[in-house]
Design a protein around this ligand. Structure first.
Ligand SMILES: [Zn+2]
Length: 480
């Protein structure tokens, strides 16, 4: 039978606040286990939560950027369940009255643009982390993450394939990074995604049985897991079987989903308004203040790159995918105005090194050795004819590994391009004298030997001959 997939995504984004959502503990990732804790985030009896104002601002910022309606009145709720990483026995979340309602994310698909509607964005606290198999048979608990603020961003079931899910997640992550409220690091778990996947016979409208897929910690894993799950569900139905509503975990090694617990329904959590926290009132003035602080967003920046720098759409797309890359590019262009040449270097060599060094985390690019002004200075040397494009590649690599400036590298290693005619002619004469046989063949009509001579002269000048001059002079010499 022919099925279509119906997919909704729930994204959990850890917010980049200094402190946790209901206490003053540091929210920073990577501290030694159980260092960032206090009676409040450890759920000690009698402790009381105090709301971090910044968390609300970040939620409103996300809501405004995604076109949500910002609720002027919302409420905190307790989601009750037992798990060792949840010392209070409940998670403080929002339930029937979330802070952001509606909204949308537009994605590009093979069939064109598509709008994925959002159901809601709400705030909640993160749980701790269980660590299994670290210490013999014992399982350990690290409470550092308890109370780290999260946004849960819930989409409507508007996504129809694994590719669309990937496009949606990339777009959403880019947006949160631009807003500077989440670093989007999937491996460290600061940007996590659960997928609700069901299938139904193509052309029908009733929803099939929904399965929640968890444990996917890369874009690739999300796409593979969803594709697997769609096929699995179709096969179960085709063979006359019945699907059950359950949670399944992605196994990245075997590339299958495995059944976890049977899925709870909302009523199992016994949600109720948290009596320790007041209802949240967000005034119009507050919303306006947050709105004024929203930086230029990816779509607007992409269009500006085309109009202001005359870049092709493709370049603008690649350069604005990450805010730090776009910032880096613009700093380079401010230092030396050759937008297209700098775009080529950033899209090529800079992004290659980001990939090789796995600098996936946002803003890392600011810490690496090749400051944008140095890339600009190198392109300027290239444009002025001081160095050849081949030498420029070598200078770039040297900048990355030594952190020196391009001028310094060129001076120290004597890499200045040779444009001076007598010097190039001397090298040409030397090559012609050494390859008399080949010269005769060339003159007898074997044109493709020209490349060989160019290579030899380049070798004789350690790659420093100005290629244009070399071509002219060599051609003249050989046809003489
Ligand atoms: Zn604390």
């Amino acid at each position: 039978m022919n099925y279509e997939a119906v997919i909704g995504l729930e994204v959990h984004a850890e917010l980049l606040t200094q402190s946790k959502v209901f206490c003053g503990c540091s929210a920073k990732f990577g501290a030694p286990p159980n260092q960032n804790t206090c009676p409040i985030c450890l759920g000690m009896p009698g402790s009381l939560p105090v709301l971090n104002r910044r968390v609300v601002e970040y939620a409103v910022r996300a809501g405004l950027a995604a076109g949500c309606r910002i609720a002027r009145y919302s409420r905190w709720a307790r989601k009750n369940y037992f798990y060792p990483d949840l010392p209070k026995g409940y998670q403080i979340s929002q339930y029937e009255l979330p802070v952001c309602v509606g909204g949308m994310i537009d994605i590009e698909t093979d069939a064109g643009s598509k709008r994925v509607r959002l159901t809601r964005i709400h705030m909640e606290e993160d749980t701790g982390k269980n660590i299994h198999d670290a210490h013999g048979d014992a399982s350990l608990v690290d409470f550092n993450r308890c109370g780290v603020p999260l946004l849960e961003i819930v989409s409507e079931p508007d996504i129809a394939s694994a590719q669309e899910a990937g496009a949606y997640l990339r777009k959403l992550r880019t947006l949160l990074q631009y807003l500077e409220i989440c670093d989007g690091n999937m491996e460290e778990g600061s940007f996590r995604c659960d997928a609700n996947v069901s299938v139904r016979p193509r052309g029908t409208t009733a929803f099939g049985t929904k399965v929640e897929v968890k444990n996917m910690n890369s874009f690739r894993a999300v796409e593979r897991a969803i594709a697997y799950e769609i096929t699995r569900q179709a096969e179960v139905l085709d063979s006359g079987g019945r699907l059950i509503q359950e949670t399944r975990h992605w196994d990245p090694d075997r590339e299958v989903t495995r059944p976890g617990r049977t899925k709870e329904f909302a009523e199992d959590y016994r949600y109720f308004p948290d009596p320790d926290l007041l209802p949240l009132i967000v005034s119009d003035e507050w919303v306006d203040t947050v709105r004024r602080d929203i930086p230029e967003l990816p779509d607007a920046r992409r269009q500006r790159f085309v109009s202001e720098y005359g870049l092709p759409e493709y370049d603008a797309d690649v350069l604005t995918m990450r805010k730090d890359v776009a910032d880096y590019y613009e700093s380079a262009v401010r230092a030396y105005r050759n937008p297209k040449a700098l775009s080529n270097w950033v899209m090529g060599d800079v992004l290659r090194i980001i990939r090789e060094r796995k600098l996936e985390n946002n803003l890392v690019i600011h810490d690496w050795p090749v400051a944008p002004e140095r890339l600009a200075a190198m392109v300027e040397l290239l444009d002025s004819g001081e160095i050849s494009s081949k030498i420029a590649k070598a200078v770039f690599e040297e900048m990355v590994s030594t952190g020196k400036t391009p001028v310094q590298i060129v001076a120290e290693q004597g890499l200045t391009q040779i444009s001076d005619e007598p010097a190039i002619l001397a090298a040409i004469d030397q090559v012609i004298a050494a390859h008399a046989g080949k010269v005769a063949e060339y003159r007898a009509g074997k044109d493709k030997l020209f490349g060989f001579f160019v290579g030899q002269v380049m070798k004789a000048t350690q790659g420093k001959a100005n290629p244009q001059k070399l071509n002219e002079l060599l051609k003249a010499k050989l046809s003489a």
